[in-house]
Write a protein that binds this ligand. Structure first.
Ligand SMILES: O=P(O)(O)OC[C@H]1O[C@H](OP(=O)(O)OP(=O)(O)O)[C@H](O)[C@@H]1O
Ligand code: HPA
Length: 185
């Protein structure tokens, strides 16, 4: 089926809500508290992983009340599809130097982890002093890159294709204020 606005509306209407808005907001409160406890005195650079990370970043940043800088990168392996390819495509690299910085990589979802693994490797190669990571959502399955986990996590979801709070369904539905699973996926 082609992706028309009508199709997108139907996908949303038929989707299952896995995590309602209030629970996502509460999870972000907890993440912000943990990040503040660890990083408030480290002048961190927060790296938003575009495009999916933009919503989590927007919500989380206003909960962090200490000096920090923000930059972004765009690395993608799904490129609008529901399954990811092998290769990580770097579309934009951060403009701020990572050398000796405490870097916090912030993304919407940790799924199989190839995206995050590639980004963490890049940050270390660029000379970051400390590299930490945060994801709003962790998908529960056993296909993740062995040993990979984020330092700060919002919520866990079952092994289904999810959208909302930055996560897309065929590049749509990132703006949905809740975490939903596509019917049948
Ligand atoms: O853990 P993984 O299986 O590697 O998947 C997680 C990544 O996939 C999504 O990005 P995507 O490539 O879809 O790009 P987008 O953010 O522009 O949608 C998501 O935003 C994460 O960055
Ligand atoms: O379930 C997902 N939804 C949206 N984007 C994603 N990127 C990896 N997994 C997912």
């Amino acid at each position: 089926m082609s992706v028309t606005p009508e199709h997108v509306k139907q996908v949303l209407a038929e989707a299952d809500c896995l995590v309602p808005r209030e629970q996502v907001e509460a999870a972000m409160d907890r993440m912000a508290e943990a990040i503040t406890g660890d990083l408030a005195d480290s002048n961190p650079l927060i790296l938003c992983v575009m495009t999916g990370g933009v919503v989590a970043a927007g919500h989380l940043l206003t909960r962090l009340h200490f000096p920090l800088q923000v930059d972004y990168l765009h690395a993608t392996r799904y490129r609008g599809a529901l399954t990811g390819g092998e290769e990580l495509h770097w579309l934009v690299k951060p403009q701020t130097s990572l050398k000796d910085r405490t870097v916090l990589v912030l993304d919407d979802i940790l799924d199989e982890g190839h995206t995050l693994a590639g980004i963490l490797e890049y940050c270390r190669e660029e000379g970051a002093g400390q590299v930490l990571s945060a994801a709003l959502v962790l998908k529960h399955h056993d296909r993740r890159v062995p040993g990979l986990m984020v330092d700060y996590l919002g919520v866990e979801v079952e092994d289904r294709y999810v959208f909302g709070y930055g996560m897309d369904y065929k590049e749509y539905l990132r703006n949905v204020p809740g975490i939903y699973a596509v019917k049948g996926c």
